[in-house]
Design a protein around this ligand. Structure first.
Ligand SMILES: NC(=O)c1ccc[n+]([C@@H]2O[C@H](COP(=O)([O-])OP(=O)(O)OC[C@H]3O[C@@H](n4cnc5c(N)ncnc54)[C@H](O)[C@@H]3O)[C@@H](O)[C@H]2O)c1
Length: 450
């Protein structure tokens, strides 16, 4: 959708006017282009004393053809494409000053759309109180720094459980590259939950090569973008949408020789029909993306029971029924991934969206409830929670609310459907299997529910 404000403030005159009036000048965000390097430029890697992650990160970045330099290794006029700091060795409040000492001299040298990663240990991983307290502090640091950096730069905290040190490749490739353009201020947990055997090597161009992916609600908007990105990354895509959208769905899957399945996810026999289709035509599935979603916005005082039931059925009951059936029947292969699409509304709440926010908070509950059992089958269960994304859904929002939604984030603009799709593709990669039971906000660090 067209963001007119963005087009105007990006002209030279518009920029001067906006600055003069104290209005935000949203940065231009780089997006991933196939064939490009994971990181274009120098990655500065530093560590607090006794960090357990820096060496593993260096090794895994080298395998991604990303070279790192020490904090003193930047050329005199060189800018850093990324700053990565291993804070896992910080085990006391006093040692947190290592964060200031590393970042303070380097922040001014971070380039446009630069990336900052802080690496730590989950505070609940059984450390002594002083270490757990210090590690928890990393979250406030990261979220604040994400609000301080400019020019499209992003900042994340990656908490790595003991034992998951060599499972970082796909997460580093996502968070350091333009694939994560609209993700900032987030805490990502890499655990040992859904791990299979040895860490899978990460193929930068075709991370999903050989995988079969089902995407519901694929005919338009975010679902179409997810389908295209999963195909671009090497997956065979089965797009699903209601019969009324069959021709749009077919037009999409014809773009990449995919498979189209016209079906309503709320049909009582939908789980069985989906399972049968996936087994008969593809021998099962590796990636299931529950993207189909609807809104019927009304304040609760005006809400009809139909408006309530329909939203809860499409957005929550159907994904739950379908996932449980596919897992029960072992239709999802070991090493597979289930990805739900939640919403920032399900975290922060939204006036006029009690039904929608209930369904989207429920998706976060689905992740928490199903991830442990699915891990026994080496299947991960995660969700993406988009903030304001430029689609037909958000184009229908009244102008003033739409404009507020766009600007109320650290990146001061709406995201694109491809931004949600890139996050889904990260969860879907075989190497991401150690990430399970988590929710990633793709919201430009929206102020809502921050
Ligand atoms: N657009 C945003 O800003 C935003 C923000 C947060 C979350 N989301 C979520 O992202 C997902 C996609 O959103 P979108 O903006 O692309 O929506 P959209 O309305 O453009 O597309 C939704 C698709 O789902 C399909 N669908 C609806 N009911 C179905 C059913 N019963 N069975 C099968 N397919 C069905 C529709 O036909 C449509 O093709 C939704 O789950 C939505 O709640 C969107």
């Amino acid at each position: 959708m067209n963001d007119r404000y963005l087009s105007v403030v990006r002209t030279p005159v518009g920029k001067i006017l906006a600055r003069g009036l104290g209005l935000p000048v949203p940065p231009r965000l780089d997006r991933w282009v196939p064939g490009s390097r994971v990181v274009d430029g120098a990655v500065v890697l530093g560590s607090a004393p006794a960090g357990r992650l820096a060496a593993a990160v260096e090794r895994q970045l080298e395998a991604l053809a990303v070279m790192t330099v020490a904090p003193t290794g930047l050329g005199a006029d060189e800018q850093a494409a990324a700053l990565v700091f291993d804070a896992s060795g910080i085990d006391a409040v006093e040692s947190l000053s290592a964060l200031r000492d590393f970042f303070n001299p380097l922040l001014r040298r971070l380039g446009r759309c630069g990336r900052v990663l802080v690496l730590g240990t989950p505070p609940d991983a059984g450390a002594e109180p002083a270490a757990a307290v210090a590690q928890r502090g990393l979250e406030g640091f990261t979220r604040s720094l994400a609000k301080e950096v400019r020019a499209g730069a992003t900042v994340q905290l990656v908490l790595v459980s003991p034992g998951a040190e060599d499972r970082l490749a796909s997460t580093l490739a996502f968070l350091l590259s333009p694939r994560s353009a609209f993700v900032s201020g987030q805490v990502v947990r890499v655990g040992t939950g859904g791990m299979t055997g040895l860490a899978a090597p990460y193929d930068v161009e075709q991370p999903l090569g050989g995988r079969v992916a089902l995407v519901t609600g694929a005919a338009q908007g975010i679902g179409a973008a997810i389908s295209r990105v999963l195909h671009r990354d090497g997956a065979t895509v089965v797009g699903l949408d209601v019969a009324a959208r069959a021709s749009a769905l077919r037009a999409l899957t014809d773009e990449f020789d995919g498979d189209a399945l016209a079906l309503d996810v709320t049909a009582p026999d939908a789980p069985q029909r989906i399972a049968r289709h996936l087994i008969d035509h593809h021998g099962g599935v590796d990636v299931v993306v529950h993207n189909a979603g609807v809104t019927r916005d009304k304040r609760l005082v005006n809400m009809s029971s139909h408006g309530w039931d329909h939203v809860l059925d499409v957005n929550l009951a159907a994904p739950l029924r379908i996932t449980e059936h596919l897992l029960d029947q072992r239709v999802v292969h070991a090493g597979g991934a289930v990805v739900g699409i939640a919403s920032v509304a399900g975290i922060a709440g939204n006036d006029g969206q009690t039904n929608y926010a209930t369904s989207k908070a429920g998706i976060i509950g689905l992740v928490a409830a199903l991830a442990p059992g699915a891990a026994d089958q080496a299947v991960s269960v995660n969700a993406v929670a988009p903030g304001f994304i430029e689609t037909q859904m958000t184009a229908a929002i009244p102008l003033v609310i739409r404009e507020a939604g766009r600007r109320m984030s650290s990146l001061a603009q709406g995201g694109l459907p491809v931004d949600v799709a890139e996050a889904v593709a990260w969860y879907a990669a075989p190497g991401s299997n150690a990430v399970t039971g988590t929710v990633l906000r793709v919201c430009g660090q929206s102020l809502l529910g921050a």
